[in-house]
Write a protein that binds this ligand. Structure first.
Ligand code: SF4
Length: 309
C-alpha cells in the first residue's frame, strides 16, 4: 500500500485507474426509524441536514443534483472526470424495488456517472433487492453502505437505532454472498461505551465480510436528542482532543485487518450544526495529513497488531 493504511481512494485508483468523486443525492427517501415503521424520532444523534451539501435537495431532480454536484466538484478537483452517484440521505433502499430501479436508473443514465453508492440501514434490505443489485453490479459499480454505528446492542438500544447488531451481521453476510461491494459506517464515542469497549470493536469489525469502512468521532449536533442527553450526563461520553483521537485511531488501525479499505477515519460537520468544535477549524484533508504523520512518527501501520481474529 502507498500509505500506511489501505485507503479507499487508492483502491479506486488501482481498480479503475482514476479518481471517482461521489456526488451526494437526496432522492426523497425517508427512514423507518422516523416514519413509525420501526420507531419515531430517529437515532438520537441524527440530523440529516448536517451531513449533506447544499446542492443535494429532494425538490431537485436527480439529474439536476448531479449536474450541480459535478459543477461544485469541478471547481475543486479539476482532473476528475468520473463520478459515483451517492444516495446518501436517509435510508436509500427503503422503498419497493420498482421505485429503487427507477431512481437508480435516473442516476446511471448520466454519462459521467460510473456507478452508485447506496447508503442504507441493515434492516432496509432484503433478498429480492440484493438479487437485483447483484445483477446490476455486473454492469456498473455498485456499493452498498450500511450504517451499523456500533457493535453493541446496549448502545444501539440507547441511541434508539431500532435494530440490533445481529441484523447488521445478517445484512452484510447476505450482501457478501452475492459479491456486492459493501462498506459500513461506525461512530466512535457513543454514550455508554468505554474506550476499551470501543477498541474491542476492532476484532468484531474484522470478522464482518465488508470491503470498506468509514469511521466518525461522535459530534453532537444541535437540536438532537443526543444534545440533551449529553447535557444530562456528559460523563457517559468518551471525548478525545484531536491529538488523543489520532493516537486512539492509530491504536485501532493497528488491530484492523490489512484488507479492509479505510474510507474515512474522522469528519467535521459544518460549525453551524454544532455548539462547539473542540478540534477547532480543521478540514478533512488536514485530518488525513495528520494521520499520515502520526503513523510515520509511531512507525506503524494498519494491521501491525492484527492477529487474524
Ligand atoms: S437510520 Fe439514518 S436517517 Fe434514520 S434516524 Fe437513524 S441516522 Fe437518521
Amino acid at each position: 500500500m502507498e500509505k500506511r493504511y489501505n485507503s479507499f481512494v487508492g483502491y479506486f485508483k488501482q481498480k479503475y485507474g482514476c479518481r471517482l468523486q461521489k456526488i451526494v443525492i437526496d432522492a426523497g427517501f425517508t427512514c423507518p426509524n422516523r416514519d413509525g415503521k420501526v420507531g419515531h424520532g430517529g437515532c438520537t444523534f441524527c440530523n440529516n441536514d448536517a451531513f449533506h451539501p447544499n446542492y443535494s435537495t429532494p425538490d431537485k431532480s436527480i439529474h439536476q443534483q448531479l449536474e450541480e454536484g459535478i459543477e461544485f466538484h469541478l471547481n475543486r478537483y479539476r482532473t476528475t472526470e468520473d463520478y459515483l452517484a451517492y444516495f446518501q440521505s436517509y435510508s436509500n433502499t427503503y422503498a419497493p424495488l420498482e421505485d429503487l430501479k427507477r431512481l437508480y436508473a435516473q442516476a446511471l443514465e448520466h454519462p459521467k456517472v460510473k456507478g452508485i453508492v447506496i447508503g442504507t440501514r441493515p434492516d432496509c434490505i432484503d433478498n429480492e433487492k440484493l438479487d437485483w443489485l447483484e445483477q446490476l453490479s455486473k454492469e456498473k459499480i455498485v456499493i452498498v453502505e450500511y450504517g451499523i454505528e456500533s457493535c453493541y446492542d446496549k448502545t444501539l438500544k440507547r441511541i434508539n437505532r431500532g435494530h440490533d447488531f445481529a441484523t447488521a451481521v445478517k445484512a452484510v453476510e447476505e450482501t457478501a454472498a452475492r459479491g456486492i461491494h459493501q462498506g459500513a459506517h461506525f461512530i466512535f464515542g457513543l454514550p455508554g461505551e468505554s474506550k476499551e469497549e470501543i477498541m474491542g470493536m476492532a476484532p468484531i469489525i474484522n470478522r464482518l465480510p465488508i470491503n470498506s469502512v468509514k469511521f466518525h468521532q461522535l459530534q453532537i449536533i444541535k437540536g438532537t436528542e443526543m444534545e440533551a442527553e449529553y447535557a444530562r450526563c456528559p460523563e457517559d461520553f468518551v471525548q478525545w482532543s484531536l491529538d488523543e483521537y489520532l493516537d486512539f485511531f492509530v491504536d485501532f488501525l493497528e488491530l484492523l485487518r490489512p484488507s479492509l479499505y479505510i474510507e474515512r477515519f474522522a469528519g467535521e460537520v459544518p460549525p453551524r450544526f454544532v455548539n462547539s468544535s473542540p478540534w477547532g477549524k480543521v478540514r478533512n484533508v488536514e485530518l488525513l495529513q495528520m494521520l499520515d504523520k502520526r503513523l510515520q512518527q509511531r512507525n506503524t501501520f494498519q494491521g501491525a497488531k492484527y492477529t487474524g481474529i
